[in-house]
Design a protein around this ligand. Structure first.
Ligand SMILES: Nc1ncnc2c1ncn2[C@@H]1O[C@H](COP(=O)(O)OP(=O)(O)OP(=O)(O)O)[C@@H](O)[C@H]1O
Ligand SMILES: [Mg+2]
Length: 269
């Protein structure tokens, strides 16, 4: 049974039959596609409801293929009503490891004072954090995907890529030495801007969370772990992240110094 059929009974009560019938005309529901079935297999009822509400509110026109499917989240390619491409990141509410590894990031944040006990709410907090961090970083001119909407465990942001094909991650491409130098200099600049202007530290920095676009333009992604500079561990996170990146560049054949890189991120120049 596809999403269309199963969803009928489930959402009918909540949104009302009339509204549901109206929305049924939407291409999303008319098309009984494999994707609908896979959405239904992967996500629980509440997540499907949230997604449905977003589609219904026209925040999103349709959800297309899977861009990435990790243990704790899935990223889909989505389309907006003006033809824009979105990345739709949906956190899974079924991952048991989720809370344990993440508690350290959420303490002492004036934006999110309460740490929810209920697991589902904790996952929502994660999505809210990523949205808030993206907004602050984007607003400060840090190259991150522009965030558009967030609800429950679903985050809708700018799609980095074109026609459903995402940009490569830093670790996926082979670069010439001068290209690597260019990328390194940009990263130092971008991290510095994030630290000094947005007042944030990424928190999960590595070659797996950096994308490289046209003209070697660098983007940071995956900001749920980002913390404010006032967070008690922010400097430790920064040092750790810069260390990971420096060893990536070293392995790729560039000589970089951890201490002076850190210094430039903190003080600029
Ligand atoms: N805005 C975006 N545009 C295009 N692709 C994206 C975007 N955000 C994320 N992706 C793709 O989805 C993948 C996972 O996203 P992200 O790193 O934010 O989540 P994650 O929780 O780390 O997931 P994973 O455990 O799979 O790494 C990225 O490596 C990238 O391939
Ligand atoms: Mg990631």
């Amino acid at each position: 049974m596809g999403w269309k059929m199963a969803a009928w009974g489930r959402v009918e009560k909540k949104v009302g039959r009339r509204e549901f019938l109206k929305d049924r005309e939407q291409r999303y529901l008319e098309r009984r596609s494999e994707l609908d079935e896979s959405l239904e297999e992967v996500f629980d009822r509440q997540t499907l409801m949230t997604l449905y509400e977003m589609l219904n509110a026209k925040k999103l026109k349709e959800v297309r293929g899977v861009v990435s499917s990790g243990k704790e989240s899935r990223v889909y390619h989505g389309l907006g009503w003006n033809g824009e491409e979105f990345a739709v990141k949906i956190y899974l509410v079924s991952s048991a490891e989720f809370r344990r590894n993440r508690l350290q990031y959420v303490v002492n944040d004036p934006r999110f004072k309460k740490i929810p006990r209920e697991f589902r709410r904790f996952v929502y907090l994660w999505s809210e954090r990523e949205y808030a961090n993206l907004k602050e970083a984007y607003g400060a001119g840090v190259p991150v995907p522009q965030p558009f909407h967030q609800s429950g465990n679903i985050l809708v942001m700018e799609f980095l890529g074109e026609n459903g094909v995402r940009l490569p991650l830093l670790h996926e491409e082979k670069f010439e030495k001068d290209e690597l130098e260019n990328i390194y200099i940009q990263i130092v600049d971008v991290l510095g801007r994030m630290y000094r202007e947005a007042g944030l530290v990424h928190g999960d920095l590595s070659q797996y969370n950096i994308m490289v676009g046209r003209g070697l333009k660098v983007y940071l992604i995956d900001l749920a772990q980002a913390v404010r500079r006032s967070h008690p561990m922010s400097e430790t996170f920064l040092e750790h992240g810069v260390k990971i990146l420096c060893s990536f560049f070293e392995k790729s054949g560039l000589t970089v110094d951890w201490g002076s890189t850190l210094d430039r991120v903190r003080r600029g120049g």
